[in-house]
Design a protein around this ligand. Structure first.
Ligand code: ARG
Length: 572
């Protein structure tokens, strides 16, 4: 529970770093007397020697409002590590979870840490493919989690608009004689069309590739001002177009960066530093390379133009001075592992204010089979449109779809479709390759985004039926829950594990931890909805306590869904 963590971080600094590795399972003890809610932290082995000392200071620490009734240390036994066990005062435990008024906001112990997350980072010209989709939605969740925990968080999108292939693209624009208007209307599709046309032409006429190289060299040198201006224009259109897809996905960025900002003319200083530090070595063919783990990786081409790695090194160092980050996460597919290894080692060797621990390549595997039913999926927009269309078809066939809802149906179908796609991608461990299936992604009963939305709608509609009750005036009552069917305490304890799932998700950089928690929460809520009726209950006191429980379930589910980037629906 965040509150204990905060108290510990502030008052017992020797535990502050240890907190990062602690687990916070809320344990439910034996019924029927419902036992006592407890929180257990595994004590890192480094601190095991100081058990006695720690216990003394924990006992001396006055936890706010006597929320913690008792603290014990269970010494390590055999292979299981020592644990700190906090026993919570049950009435305050119930109040903290169920009160409808917002908790006072405590300053976060992590506010001084600045986390920069780079994600999405598609290339213009090439379609926004599923790899970029995975980066976009995983990166968004990781940034959300850090922000939620109070870290200072910056979201970056580093768009690829540079490299020799962009000479080809520039040539394609000339070949097809594309008007500015056409480009503005659908820049992503149009740029792709130009790229395909230029590639085709290059296959037939070898001199085209040569021309493309010249064009790119002119771009790099910045000598052709018309072309440079045109390039800026295309980038502007691309961002406008991408923003539409990002909006549908509930994703945003604090800053857009372009690879071209780190073109040859802008990064001479960095290249010179690399040379004088002896990190850049000339090859006999004129290229310059860095040597990382015994491998020679090109940074500068023989004609002096920059490569991907050169631009990334310059971008990283620029980010270090601009953001003074504590950590920089790159959410990019497994395929670029060597690139990031070279990037991190070279940059850390060049700048002694930078350590390898600050840098992390958050890798992920491939998604197979995400295409439309016609077998086409070039653009992400097609996939999202397809999800929306399938949802529309399903709804129109469903006998339970209430036509009298005054809803913007198209909007609801889009949100459901997006939820299905997002959750299907997020529920996998990120390093695994994953087979996407529409059938699986769209089930109401399986572990899907539709299930999260459906449960949220059910809770909303129940609470809506009692909208005249002012829950703010009702005091949660632990004794009541101890006498209810077990489903009530199950749901209460599930709510108590929310903070833990956020913490673990952040620690492991795995959205699936939070996603799986939310599936469990939905199951607990569904069972409770079935076993703890509100309308049919004659005892008013019971009714009110149940409403408080469902109110908290809805609030927690909603918050969890928002952390995943979903827009919780009230009706579907
Ligand atoms: N634009 C690149 C691609 O699509 C990904 C960029 C990843 N980020 C980075 N800093 N290199 O392959």
């Amino acid at each position: 529970m965040i509150r204990i963590r905060q108290a510990i971080c502030e008052q017992l600094p020797q535990l502050k770093n240890a907190c990062h590795a602690l687990e916070v399972p809320v344990r439910r003890q034996q019924l029927p007397n419902a036992g006592r809610p407890t929180v257990e932290w595994t004590l890192p082995s480094a601190l095991a020697q100081q058990e006695g000392e720690l216990l003394d200071s924990l006992k001396k620490h006055r936890f706010e409002e006597a929320y913690v009734e008792d603290v014990r240390i269970v010494p390590s036994a055999g292979r299981s590590a020592a644990k700190i066990v906090f026993q919570l005062q049950p009435q305050l435990f119930a109040e903290q979870l169920l009160q409808t008024k917002e908790n006072a906001v405590h300053p976060s112990p992590f506010a001084a840490e600045h986390i920069v997350v780079e994600y999405s980072s598609p290339n213009i010209a090439k379609p926004f493919h599923v790899g970029h989709l995975r980066s976009t939605i995983i990166g968004n969740v990781l940034a959300n989690l850090h922000q939620h925990l109070g870290y200072r968080t910056t979201r970056l999108n580093y768009l690829g608009d540079w490299g020799t292939q962009f000479g080809l693209l520039a040539l394609g624009v000339q070949l097809l004689n594309v008007s500015d208007k056409e480009m503005q209307l659908s820049p992503i599709e149009t740029l792709y069309k130009c790229y395909v046309a230029a590639n085709k032409a290059a296959e037939q006429r070898p001199e085209i590739a040569q021309q493309a190289r010249h064009l790119f060299a002119a771009l790099e040198e910045g000598t052709d001002t018309t072309m440079t201006k045109q390039w800026q224009q295309y980038r502007k259109y691309t961002i406008e177009d991408l923003s539409k897809v990002y909006n549908r996905l509930g994703v945003h960025f604090d800053s857009y960066e372009w690879e071209s900002q780190y073109s040859q003319q802008h990064i001479q200083g960095v290249l010179d530093k690399l040379r004088s530090a002896g990190l850049l070595q000339p090859e006999h063919d004129g290229r310059e390379v860095v040597v990382v783990d015994g491998r020679r990786i090109p940074v500068i081409k023989s004609d002096g133009s920059t490569l991907y790695l050169a631009r990334d090194i310059a971008a990283l160092l620029e980010r270090l001075s601009r953001f003074q980050f504590s950590r920089l996460l790159y959410v990019v597919d497994n395929g670029q592992a060597d690139h990031f290894n070279a990037l991190f080692k070279t940059s850390a060797a060049l700048n002694d204010r930078l350590s390898l621990e600050q840098l992390q390549h958050v890798k992920f595997g491939r998604i197979h089979g995400m295409s439309t039913r016609q077998g086409k999926a070039v653009f992400l927009k097609d996939v999202l449109d397809e999800a929306r269309d399938i949802m529309r078809e399903k709804r129109s066939c469903s006998p339970t779809t209430r036509q009298n809802y005054n809803l913007d149906d198209e909007h609801v179908c889009d949100i459901l479709g997006v939820s299905a796609v997002l959750v299907n991608v997020l529920k996998q461990r990120r390093q695994r390759d994953h087979e996407f299936s529409w059938q699986q992604a769209l089930q109401v009963n399986g572990d899907t985004g539709i299930k999260l939305q459906y449960t949220h709608c059910r809770l909303h509609s129940l609470l809506q039926n009692f909208s005249e009750v002012d829950l703010d005036d009702i005091k949660p009552d632990w004794k009541h829950f101890a006498t209810e069917p077990a489903d009530a305490l199950d749901l209460l304890y599930a709510l108590a594990r929310f903070d833990q799932s956020i913490w673990q998700s952040k620690e492991q950089l795995e959205a699936c931890v939070l996603v799986n928690y939310l599936f469990g929460l939905c199951n607990a809520a569904s069972r409770a909805l079935k076993r703890l009726p509100v309308k049919q209950e004659s005892c008013l006191q019971k009714q009110l306590q149940r409403l408080l429980l469902f109110h908290a379930a809805k609030r927690t589910l909603r918050q969890g869904m928002q952390l995943l980037g979903l827009r919780p629906l009230d009706q579907m």
